[in-house]
Design a protein around this ligand. Structure first.
Ligand code: FO1
Length: 322
C-alpha cells in the first residue's frame, strides 16, 4: 500500500507515474480540497478532477486541468449571455460538475461521489478527498482576503500574498480511509507529490490528526521537491515563497515538511542543497515532461522508500544516521 498526497498538476503527474509502476489497487491518492469552490451554482473540486482525469487518461496535457476531448459551446454561450467565463468550464467537464453537485445536494459525501465517478471513468487507484468536510484555502493579499480560485485563476496569481488560511480545516475530520491506510501495517510509503506545499499539501497537514498519524505511521515519508533550481515547475510556488519571505528553494520546501520527512527527492540542479536538508536525499530528474519521466520518477521514489524501510528495519534510523 502506497499513499500519495496530491494537489494541483504536479501532484497528478506523479500520481499517474505511481499508478503505472505499481498495482493500481495498492495506491491511495489523498487529494487536497482547499481549492474547492462553488461557482455558477456548481460544487467544483479542481484537484480531485485533475487527479481523476489524469489517472483516467482523460486529462488535457497542455493545460494540466480539464479534459483533452473538450468543446467549449457552453462557455461561448455564457460569454454571449454576459455570464462569468473567467473559470473555463468545458462542455464535457460540465457534466462532471453538474452530476457531482446534484449528488452532493442529495446528501452524498464528496468521497462517495468521487469514488463512484472515478469508477465510471475507469480510474484504477482509490482517490479520496483529504476530508469530506468543507475546507477552503483563502489568501491575504495586497487586495485583501481572496478565495483561492479568485486568486489563482481570476487574478492569475498576481496579487502579493502575505498569509494563507485553510478555512474549516480546524473542524475537519481526515477521511477515514486516509487514517486507516496510515495505520495499516502493510503501508510501505507515504509520498508527498511535487505539489505546491502551501496550497496543495499544507491544507492536508492542517487537518487535526493528520500530522500525528503521519508521524506515527510505520512507513517512510518521502517528498518530491516542486522547486527546481529556485523555480516552480508550474504555478505560483516560487512567487509565493518569495512573497512569504522564504528562499524559493528545494531546501525551503523540505523545511516546511521538517519533522515529517524521511526522504526527499530533489533535482540534480539542486545538488548543492543536499547538505542543508535533514532527510535522506535522492538526486533525480524531477521535471516530468513525458509519461516515461512520470514513471521513472515514480520508480525512483518507490526505490528510495524501499531503502529507507530497509535501513529502518536495520535500526539505522534510531542511531541517527541517514
Ligand atoms: N485553471 C486556470 O488557470 N484557468 C481555468 O480556467 C481553470 C478552469 C478549471 C476548470 C476545472 C478544473 O477542475 C480546474 C480548472 N483550473 C483552471 C485549474 C484549477 O484552478 C487549478 O488546477 C487548481 O485549483 C490548483 O491546482
Amino acid at each position: 500500500m502506497i499513499i500519495a498526497l496530491s494537489g494541483g498538476v504536479g501532484g497528478a503527474k506523479l500520481a499517474l507515474g505511481l499508478s503505472r509502476v505499481m498495482p493500481a489497487a495498492e495506491l491511495l491518492v489523498v487529494v487536497n480540497t482547499g481549492d474547492d469552490f462553488e461557482h455558477l451554482g456548481l460544487s467544483i473540486s479542481p484537484d480531485i478532477d485533475t487527479v481523476a482525469y489524469t489517472l483516467a487518461g482523460l486529462a488535457n496535457r497542455e493545460l494540466g486541468w480539464g479534459r483533452h476531448d473538450e468543446t467549449w459551446s457552453f462557455m461561448a454561450t455564457m460569454e454571449a449571455l454576459g455570464g462569468q467565463t473567467w473559470f473555463r468550464l468545458g462542455d464535457r467537464d460540465m457534466a462532471l460538475h453538474i452530476e457531482r453537485t446534484r449528488r452532493l445536494k442529495a446528501g452524498e459525501t464528496l468521497s462517495a461521489v468521487t469514488a463512484d465517478l472515478c469508477r465510471r471513468m475507469g480510474v484504477g487507484p482509490a482517490v479520496v478527498p483529504m476530508t469530506d468536510d468543507p475546507v477552503r484555502t483563502r489568501l491575504l493579499t495586497d487586495l485583501g482576503w481572496l478565495d483561492f480560485q479568485e486568486y489563482f485563476v481570476h487574478r492569475r496569481c498576481e496579487p502579493v500574498v502575505s498569509q494563507l488560511r485553510f478555512q474549516g480545516a480546524g473542524a475537519a475530520r481526515p477521511h477515514p480511509a486516509f487514517i486507516a491506510a496510515l495505520a495499516d501495517p502493510a503501508l510501505q510509503a507515504v509520498v508527498i507529490c511535487p505539489s505546491n506545499p502551501f496550497i496543495s499539501v499544507e491544507p492536508i497537514l492542517a487537518i487535526p490528526g493528520v500530522r500525528d498519524a503521519l508521524i506515527g505511521c510505520n512507513a517512510p515519508i518521502i517528498a518530491v521537491s516542486p522547486i527546481i533550481a529556485g523555480r516552480a515547475v508550474k504555478g505560483p510556488t516560487a512567487k509565493m515563497m518569495t512573497e512569504l519571505g522564504l528562499d524559493p528553494s528545494a531546501g525551503t520546501v523540505a523545511q516546511r515538511y521538517a519533522d515529517l520527512l524521511d526522504g526527499y527527492v530533489i533535482d540534480h540542479a539542486d545538488m548543492a542543497e543536499v547538505v542543508s536538508i535533514d532527510a535522506r536525499v535522492t538526486l533525480a530528474r524531477t521535471l516530468m515532461t513525458t509519461i516515461e519521466d512520470r514513471e521513472a520518477l515514480a520508480r525512483i521514489v518507490l526505490d528510495a522508500a524501499k531503502v529507507l524501510r530497509r535501513r529502518e528495519l536495520r535500526g539505522l534510523r534510531h542511531s541517527g544516521q541517514r
